[in-house]
Design a protein around this ligand. Structure first.
Ligand code: NAD
Ligand code: UD1
Length: 346
């Protein structure tokens, strides 16, 4: 990768911070951009501590064209990995315009600034949410897309915008990665997911119950057509996911051309299986209660991973034991997330 320079937007976030570490380990240089609307500067200080490398940070919004123009003038960026975005489904239903502005208009602004600066390598964070309730599992990339909420629609709109852009100008090399369910944390316990308020996602909730910060896990639905009746998902360790980005970049620089690829493990686990696995690694008993389905949820979702293997020469390597153990280490070492940080002194 000859010291290529990668701009990572949303670099202080959960997936962005882990990807920065893997990029630096792989020999890339990283420039970070984030408006910190859902993250902490501390995450990037820890990325620097973990990798022993400096990461120039731009506190900016991807909708701020002037700030992006300055950044692109200051750094000879070779590619952009675009994580910056809002991701809470429920919030997107309540505030759709906010989501379209941040996610869609933000991506549009970034792409325009890239075009002006002559940068054409772009790797985008999409989501398995674009498949909606799938007809079959495992889900291949060519499955129908059928989004059911503004968050998912914002991802699909960006995917479509990117396809048009590539059709219009062969210089663009664009990778779209559809993530399944990222969980876990860096094995050091230094960086991890730091949700604000009540977590929406399963693993952060389970780990807060294990830590005694919340009383009980509400298991949403025990009447799905799955072996134990609870929802099945393709949980993927965030470090595997981060390495998928390194593999995708390698492919983009080596071969050019665009692609849309699933990043998952290809295996599904139920809510109760995750809960039991977490109990085993934490040694804590995790109280739970079976409640009604969560509106908008689907029963089963897991990835067909063959294209990722074929195209990117990448596959996930970490099992649910590692996912839960690493999540628990992060939780135990950082009970208040980054806000209780020693490095930050706060
Ligand atoms: P995150 O909230 O931890 O990280 C997103 C980062 O982007 C945050 O640091 C936030 O401050 C920043 N940001 C948001 N809007 C911005 C803006 N306008 N300008 C600059 N910075 C901005 O989320 P994450 O879990 O790391 O997700 C990263 C990306 O992956 C998102 O685009 C998300 O939609 C996508 N994704 C996440 C999941 C998941 O389960 N975590 C699944 C599928 C896709
Ligand atoms: C959610 C989002 C989806 C996003 C994905 C990854 C919704 C409706 N969907 O999906 O768009 O791409 O996260 O970020 O929010 N569960 C419980 N109790 C809980 C939390 C979750 O039983 O407190 C169950 C859910 O019903 C599901 C599984 O755990 O079966 C995983 O839930 P979650 O982590 O929220 O992910 P998704 O539902 O896949």
């Amino acid at each position: 990768m000859d010291g290529k320079i990668i701009l990572v937007t949303g670099a202080a976030g959960y997936i962005g911070s882990h990807t920065c570490v893997e990029l630096l380990d792989a020999g890339y240089r990283v420039v970070a951009l984030d408006n910190l609307c859902n993250s902490s500067r501390e995450a990037l200080l820890r990325v620097e501590a973990l990798s022993g490398r400096a990461v120039p940070f731009h506190f900016a919004d991807v909708r701020d064209a002037a700030a992006l123009d300055i950044l692109f003038a200051q750094h000879a960026i070779d590619a952009v990995i675009h994580f910056a975005g809002l991701k809470a489904v429920g919030e997107s239903v309540d505030a759709p315009l906010h989501y379209f502005d941040n996610n869609v208009a933000g991506s549009l602004c970034l792409l325009n600034c890239m075009r002006r600066a002559g940068i054409h390598h772009f790797l985008f964070s999409s989501s398995a949410t674009v498949y909606g309730d799938p007809e079959t599992v495992p889900i291949p990339e060519q499955a129908c897309t059928r989004v059911t909420n503004p968050y998912g629609r914002s991802k699909l709109m960006i995917e479509e915008m990117l396809a048009d852009l590539m059709r219009s100008d062969a210089q663009w090399v664009i990778g779209v990665l559809r993530y399944f369910n990222p969980v876990g944390a860096h094995a050091s316990g230094m960086i991890g997911e730091d949700p604000r308020g009540i977590p929406n996602n399963l693993l952060p909730f389970i780990s807060q119950v294990a830590a005694g910060q919340r009383e009980c896990v509400a298991v949403y639905g025990a009447d799905y057509p799955t072996p134990d009746g609870t929802g099945v998902r393709d949980y993927i360790h965030v470090v595997d996911l981060a390495r998928g980005h390194v593999a995708a970049l390698r492919r983009m620089f080596a071969s050019g051309g665009g692609f849309t690829v699933n990043l998952g493990t290809g295996r599904g686990y139920s809510v109760l299986q995750m809960l039991r696995a977490f109990e085993a690694v934490s040694g804590r008993s995790i109280p739970f209660e079976l409640v009604a389905r969560r509106p908008g949820d689907i029963g089963i979702c897991y990835a067909d991973t063959r294209l990722a293997k074929e195209l990117l020469d990448w596959q996930a390597g970490k099992d649910i034991h590692a996912m839960c153990a690493d999540h628990w280490r992060w939780q135990s070492m950082n009970p208040r997330g980054y806000s209780g940080s020693v490095l930050q002194g706060g």
